[in-house]
Design a protein around this ligand. Structure first.
Ligand code: WT7
Length: 649
């Protein structure tokens, strides 16, 4: 049990640091500070040493090329293949019969693939793609449910050197279309449908219109998952099962340069257009391989479960590339934690003897609200390590997780990172770092972060500021696809020579980082990044809407919930019906995760005299706080009008 230090202490730091549980450190991959010391002594030598753990066909000539910032290159002229490092090397090391992927579907169907079996599947799909004309450097969009075929497709891309762009299966066909167009994908891999809470959600038929509007797409490969019907398009649509039935089982991995692109992953920013975050091959794999090994304390017999979707960076780095490059057994589950009942996750942990479990604070807060009876029904004694990612975890949820899931016996790694960073950046090492509930603790060895003020000066301990990364790291994004200018402006312009994360943070007197969340117009809804502008663009796209402002309202479970303020065009009137229609419209343009929870109609948005929307005021209205100073408003009446005109929860 963690002890409350002193209830009178103000600030976030209320608890005595927790030491790693007895016995944990003895067998841990890291149990002293030597990795930190090594990295401190010579950061590049540290990363070079870590890179030696992978198999390279040509060794790099230079660890880091920093001649042309912010366009850094890692492991210059090194050559390797990611799928070879995730599959072939383990088979050569005698792990061919070890389970690589263990899958359970929502309906309880289960399948596992050993490293040898997974290699065969990957080679088969590589051959299939090769026959379809997919070559090194081509973009392939993957829009799929959480099924093993999605991972086979990703790994097959890396075997060929094709650049995958995985689009979250929950994004709408419209959002899919934008991402296919931006990446100019030749091939789309999808499924007929997805299982979700006992229902079938059609995918291929829903995407018909979107696919028709994407001229670059030559072929669409469809996995039959649900038996959902659709009209196949002759000459374009192909069945996964047909392609795999005839495919050869060997495919030699293509030699890839360390700096060749590995994948694009779209993420929200402060404009309406998602950013195509581009990761390259060598540095990325070194980063995720190393962090997986030490943060999740990789042990040979672990059954590791990360509950993310492969459509997010967490799925890329810590379901696929981190675990598989370490030869771990990665468990994946198709569905939601409350189907058919609220103990599904705990049932899966019991059934598969999960030892390392990595999930998000929003899920933990739901579990907490549902009550202890669900985890208490199940045997969770296989667990030895827990993780958290996606947003700040409040100490209360941290302690609940620690006591009720980990039974006060499992360290929790609260891992801070981003789609852009590719790898975990701030985190405890579970056998080393004394844990403070609510703090992501220290930088990973070889990573240099800081908290700075407006002018880029380090803040004193306890003083809030902006989180920055002070030197390049191997898994860093290389650019934004097709938009280097936005890459430079978004991340590198604020403070010369430093990467700007967009997060606020402070450091305590022991050097622990406390992350406070985004400082820009980006929301965190259930651990998903959504730009306010993205939702505003979707709203304005509707015929009725003249102007929209979107804010995040603090939400107990989700972190943020989306509230929209809408002014209508002449001839339209706000109503419950229209509110529903607008919500559905956002769902159609982006996906259900971006749907506003509340819509307020108003004849005008609160603006300053210079025309800037006062979002602070909108937040105050949404959260029913007293409004501060409104005298700078262009139209002080507007606030009362908004409050009255509110419709549609
Ligand atoms: C943003 C990145 C990294 C995978 C999931 C999200 C927030 C993430 C933490 C954490 C506090 C966190 C930050 C960050 N965030 N992890 N442990 N503590 N905040 O990836 O969609 O790129 O979002 O998520 O605000 O900037 P993403």
């Amino acid at each position: 049990m963690a002890k409350r230090k002193d209830d009178d202490v103000v600030g976030e730091e209320h608890y005595e640091p927790l030491q790693p549980p007895a016995g944990f450190a003895e067998t841990a991959r890291a149990n002293d500070k030597s990795l930190f010391q090594e990295a401190e002594k010579d950061r590049l030598a540290f990363w070079a040493g870590m890179a030696e753990n992978l198999q390279w066909s040509d060794k790099w000539e230079r660890v880091l090329d920093d001649d042309n910032p912010p366009y850094y290159k890692w492991f210059v002229n090194g050559k390797l293949n990611v799928s070879e490092n995730c599959l072939d090397v383990h088979i050569e090391n005698g792990l061919g019969n070890k389970k690589a992927l263990i899958f359970e579907g929502e309906e309880g169907d289960s399948v596992s693939l050993t490293y040898s079996e997974l290699l065969t599947e990957v080679c088969k799909f590589s051959n299939a793609m090769d026959k379809l004309g997919v070559k090194k450097g081509d973009a392939v969009t993957i829009w799929m449910p959480m099924i093993p075929e999605a991972i086979v497709a990703m790994l097959a891309c890396t075997r060929i050197g094709a650049v995958h762009s995985v689009v979250f299966g929950g994004f709408s066909p419209d959002a899919l279309k934008d991402r296919i167009l931006d990446s100019e994908s030749k091939l789309v891999v999808t499924a007929d449908g997805a299982n979700r809470r006992g229902k079938v959600i059609p995918m291929r038929s829903a995407a018909e219109e979107a696919l028709e509007e994407c001229p670059s797409v030559e072929k669409v490969v469809i996995v039959n998952r649900t038996g959902s019907s659709y009209e196949p398009k002759k000459g374009r649509d192909l069945l996964w099962s047909d392609l795999m039935a005839d495919a050869e089982t060997d495919f030699a991995p293509v030699t890839i340069d360390a700096e060749d692109p590995l994948f694009i992953l779209y993420s929200s920013g402060t404009t309406g257009k998602p950013k195509g975050i581009l990761h390259s091959t060598g540095g990325y794999l070194v980063g995720v391989h190393t962090t997986f090994r030490y943060v999740f304390d990789h042990h040979e017999d672990d059954i590791y479960w990360c509950t993310a979707d492969i459509g997010w960076i967490t799925g890329h780095s810590y379901i696929v590339y981190g675990p598989l490059s370490n030869g771990s057994s990665s468990f994946i589950y198709e569905g939601t934690p409350d189907y058919p009942a609220r103990d599904r996750f705990w049932e899966l942990i019991e059934k598969y003897k999960i030892s390392v479990f990595y999930t998000a604070p929003t899920a933990i807060r739901s579990f907490m609200r549902w009550g202890n009876q669900y985890p208490n029904k199940r045997d969770l004694s296989s667990l030895r390590l827990l993780g958290s990612v996606g947003e700040p975890i409040n100490p209360e949820a941290w302690l609940w997780y620690y006591e009720n899931i980990g039974k006060s016996n499992c360290p929790i790694v609260d891992t801070w990172w981003q789609t852009e960073t590719g790898m975990i950046m701030i985190t405890p090492l579970p056998g080393v770092t004394p844990l403070k509930p609510g703090s992501a603790s220290w930088t990973f060895p070889g990573v240099e972060a800081d908290v700075v003020d407006d002018r880029g000066k380090s803040t004193k301990s306890g003083q809030r500021g902006f989180l920055v990364i002070k030197s390049p790291w191997p898994a860093m994004l290389r650019t934004l696809h097709g938009d280097p200018e936005r890459f430079e402006n978004t991340y590198w312009q604020q403070y010369p020579g430093m990467y700007f994360t967009g997060d606020g943070a402070w450091k305590d007197q022991d050097g622990y980082f406390w992350i406070m969340g985004r400082v820009d117009d980006v929301l965190n809804v259930s651990g998903h990044r959504i730009g306010t502008m993205e939702v505003e663009s979707a709203l304005v796209d509707h015929d009725s809407t003249a102007e929209a402002a979107v804010i995040g309202k603090v939400h107990e479970i989700k972190g943020h919930s989306i509230t929209a303020f809408v002014t209508l065009k002449e001839g339209y009137e706000g109503s419950e019906e229209l509110a529903q229609e607008l919500k559905a419209h956002v769902g159609k343009k982006i996906g259900a995760i971006a749907r506003p929870e509340e819509i307020y109609f108003t004849y005008e948005l609160p603006k300053t005299r210079s025309g800037k929307i006062m979002r602070r005021l909108l937040r105050d209205i949404a959260e029913q706080r007293d409004l501060g100073d409104v005298t700078t408003l262009m139209d002080p009446q507007v606030v009362a009008a908004i409050k009255e005109g509110y419709t549609g929860k």
